[in-house]
Design a protein around this ligand. Structure first.
Ligand code: ADP
Ligand code: MN
Ligand code: MN
Ligand code: MN
Ligand code: MN
Length: 388
């Protein structure tokens, strides 16, 4: 064919397939999509989506068919592997990486109505010899929590995120190439078409997380237009990291459906007066939650202060753009704490102070921080035996 004729054929084909060439998404009649989605699954089989964290901290996944009985518990699930040379997690000449299942969730993207669930499986990564990969931060955190079950440490993670158009430069609600006509103020926890952008995405993600079995505890619109938050927890120990990573995976999958770009960058808009995005980490041990627990909270905060730089080093990339001392943050340079103070590194809530027990909030981690590293590091710091 001549180029013009080729283009004609392509256009004709695409109008039949309703394929959006920019996004690759099929825009098939929903009645046709439903015809495929309503086909029953074989009663004795499930689909398992194995999810892992890559070298950059992003979730990857692939699917396999398994007998139903294998999904009863995480120990019954088989290990699997992937090509680590394609994710910067292994050299090309010895590319196999082993996936070890850690935690099962229900798959909200492949529902079925025969009483059986397809599953999402959070995995961590090992060499064939059984050594944790350098990018396997879960193994590091698991070591910090190992043998500390009696402390019953809880984490509540506030995940902030920013939604953009597919151009990746225009946040939802922003004019192309420009800035909103009103400064920050009306957008936080807002309603109305001139204030709230992307609620449908967050609500879909919320419902998917509930279905999956993630302990998502709430959501709110954030200060910068296009920015939002959800909270996961309280979760016990290593499970906070498993649940948060799976919630991030679910958020990405939902954004794929909506064709909206999501970033966890801590300062997605550097120019102008716009808030950054964090992953505030709320923490309590059993002692802290019991009468007089405030003493244990103060000791923990003292220990955190002594290791400020070590914590900042693992609290997320680009966090220096966010922790400036402005926009409800404390400066990255120094450690501070206060009651009800959103400009401090660590905040004690009013209720916790009034009741003399409860929890504290580490406000330093950025939205793209690794929840395994953050929770594991907090755990090892506050459990250390130091004179206070
Ligand atoms: P903020 O007022 O900082 O915006 P959020 O309501 O967004 O706080 O998030 C608070 C998080 O802390 C929630 O995920 C909640 O489940 C969690 N949380 C509540 N109590 C505790 C506790 N005792 N220990 C740890 N986390 C807790
Ligand atoms: Mn292949
Ligand atoms: Mn919050
Ligand atoms: Mn927030
Ligand atoms: Mn907070």
């Amino acid at each position: 064919f001549a180029p013009a004729a080729k283009q004609q054929v392509r256009t004709a084909l695409n109008s039949v397939n309703h394929l959006n060439l920019e996004t690759g998404k099929s825009q098939l009649d929903t009645a046709i999509i439903d015809r495929f989605n309503s086909l029953p699954y074989p009663a004795d089989k499930i689909l398992a989506e194995y999810v892992w964290v890559d070298a950059k901290g992003e979730c990857r996944s692939k699917t396999r068919t398994l007998p139903v009985a294998r999904a009863e518990s995480v120990d019954k699930l088989p290990r699997w592997n992937f090509d680590g040379s394609s994710t910067d997690q292994a050299p090309g000449d010895d590319s196999e990486v082993i996936l070890r299942p850690c935690r099962i969730f229900k798959d909200p993207f492949r529902p079925r109505d025969d009483g059986v669930s397809n599953i999402l499986v959070m995995c961590d990564t090992y060499t064939p010899a059984g050594e944790a990969l350098p990018s396997n931060t879960r193994a590091v955190a698991a070591a910090a929590f190992d043998g500390k079950d009696d402390e019953e440490v809880w984490f509540g993670l506030e995940q902030e995120f920013t939604l953009f158009n597919l151009d990746q430069v225009t946040p939802l609600g922003w004019p192309k190439g420009g800035v909103p006509n009103r400064p920050q103020g009306p957008y936080y926890c807002s309603a109305g078409p001139e204030n709230s952008f992307g609620r449908a995405v967050t609500d879909a993600m919320y419902r998917c997380c509930l279905y999956a079995g993630i302990e998502i505890s709430g959501t709110n619109g954030e200060v910068m237009p296009g920015q939002q938050e959800y909270q996961v927890g309280p979760c016990v120990g290593i499970d906070a990291g498993d649940q948060l990573f799976m919630s991030r995976y679910i958020l990405q999958r939902v954004c794929e459906e909506f064709q909206v770009y999501c970033t966890l960058h801590p300062k997605p808009i550097v120019e102008g007066d716009w808030n950054g995005a964090g992953m505030h980490t709320n923490v309590s041990t059993k002692t802290m939650r019991e009468a007089g627990g405030i003493e244990a909270i103060k000791k923990a905060i003292y220990k955190l202060g002594a290791k400020h730089a070590e914590h900042i080093a693992i609290y997320g990339e680009g966090n220096e753009l966010r922790l400036t001392g402005a926009f409800e943050t404390a400066s990255i340079e120094s450690f501070s704490y206060g009651v009800a103070n959103r400009g401090a590194s660590v905040r004690i809530g009013r209720d916790t102070e009034a009741e003399g027990c409860g929890y504290f909030e580490d406000r330093r981690p950025s939205s793209n921080a690794d929840p395994y590293l953050v929770t594991g590091k907090i755990m090892s710091t506050i459990m250390e035996d130091v004179e206070v």
